[in-house]
Design a protein around this ligand. Structure first.
Ligand code: SF4
Length: 360
């Protein structure tokens, strides 16, 4: 108990320091927090949201400094979409993403080269990159006429890409790719998996495939298993199961609902009092949903519930250090993307809006 009080006292003093700096910097500063961030970070942020929502929020604001409390690819995306003169900072430069780290440009060039032995890659293959990728991967995709997608736009972007090329190279989340392809009526017989660490000698399956998936996955969402769905339905009779599309297809098939973090929030908040939900996504969001919806039962689909280690890195002192740096004329944790990378990466992001407009 004494320990808990000490933790609360320390948090309180960091929060006071951060709030005081925010008052001094005024409209020059915008603090953004992803839904998977710690509660105390969400509390001091100006906005919380998913990665693209936050990047767009940043670009639409007049703030000069955008402090992005999330993981590195999100801050990079915000930097790519930022208006001239805006600077994006991340309080922990080591806040990576297991999924984004599963693909890099060198591996992609290698895959492209190998696949070219079986496919006319320039004419037949269009790459689609989930936003959970580095700027250099987005640039690779942009340079080849491909598009980015989010978990909520993946269906429309995949349909857009398949209307332009006979084959799509979807990276890096194999489960999001397979779930999205299934939702469009594309079966497993038309899907092939590219393993960058063990590239196959026999390329015939890629010749036949309409969708080629990169063998990456989010180590939080792969933790949910079909037996979790069975267990949670037994433990909480009447509960509905909602999962993120980065979950395994076997889990998605058993769930009542599937959708992005924003979709998950909408279905839980929009359900009537007394509703019960087992949620298959990062636990900080699930715990916050439970706290903010006391008239509903909200539990994790996982036991134990999974946390994202990278999303857990940013703490109040990290944020306070960035803000006090700004007051002293420094820009700690500045995220810079050179224009030769940002340009094609932006083109891939722009094509996502184009795909969404096409799909209306
Ligand atoms: S939850 Fe998964 S996809 Fe999201 S930041 Fe963490 S590792 Fe990456």
């Amino acid at each position: 108990m004494a320990h808990q009080l000490e933790v609360e006292r320390l948090s309180h003093s960091w929060i006071e320091e951060i709030e005081a700096t925010k008052r001094r910097l005024g409209d020059e500063l915008l603090i953004l927090a992803h839904h998977y961030q710690r509660d105390e970070i969400v509390k001091v942020a100006d906005f919380r949201g998913d990665s693209l929502e936050l990047a767009r929020r940043a670009a639409a604001s007049s703030a000069h400094w955008i402090t992005f409390c999330g993981v590195h690819f999100m801050a990079e995306t915000a930097a790519i979409l930022a208006r001239p003169g805006q600077q994006v900072l991340i309080p922990r430069a080591d806040a990576g993403c297991f999924l984004a780290h599963s693909v890099d440009r060198v591996q992609l060039l290698d895959a492209w080269e190998r696949l070219s032995q079986a496919i006319d890659v320039e004419r037949e293959l269009l790459p689609v990159a989930y936003v959970n990728t580095s700027a250099e991967v987005k640039a690779f995709v942009g340079e080849r006429g491909g598009a980015c997608c989010t978990s909520s736009s993946a269906g429309k972007v995949l349909a857009w890409a398949l209307a332009r090329a006979p084959k799509v190279f979807f990276l890096p989340d194999q489960h999001l790719g397979r779930n999205t392809a299934h939702a469009l009526g594309i079966g497993d017989a038309e899907i092939a998996l590219w393993d960058p660490n063990y590239p196959p000698e026999d390329l015939s399956q890629f010749r036949r495939a309409r969708v080629i998936l990169w063998r990456g996955a989010c180590n939080v969402h792969v933790r949910f298993l079909p037996e979790d769905v069975t267990r949670v339905r037994k433990e909480h009779p009447g509960v509905r199961v909602v999962v993120h599309p980065e979950c395994r297809p076997e889990v998605v098939r058993l769930a009542d609902e599937v959708g992005s973090t924003s979709h998950i929030i909408r279905v839980v908040e929009g359900s009537p009092p007394g509703a019960g939900w087992a949620v298959g996504t990062e636990h900080r969001l699930v715990a916050r949903l439970a706290k903010e919806n006391p008239d509903k039962k909200v539990v994790s689909l996982g036991d134990p519930p999974p946390y994202c280690a990278y999303m857990s890195l940013i703490r109040l002192p990290d944020l306070a250090r960035v803000l006090s740096g700004l007051l002293s004329g420094e820009e700690p944790g500045l995220v810079e993307v050179p224009e030769e990378v940002a340009g094609p990466a932006r083109a891939a992001l722009d094509r996502m809006w184009e795909a969404l407009d096409d799909g209306r």
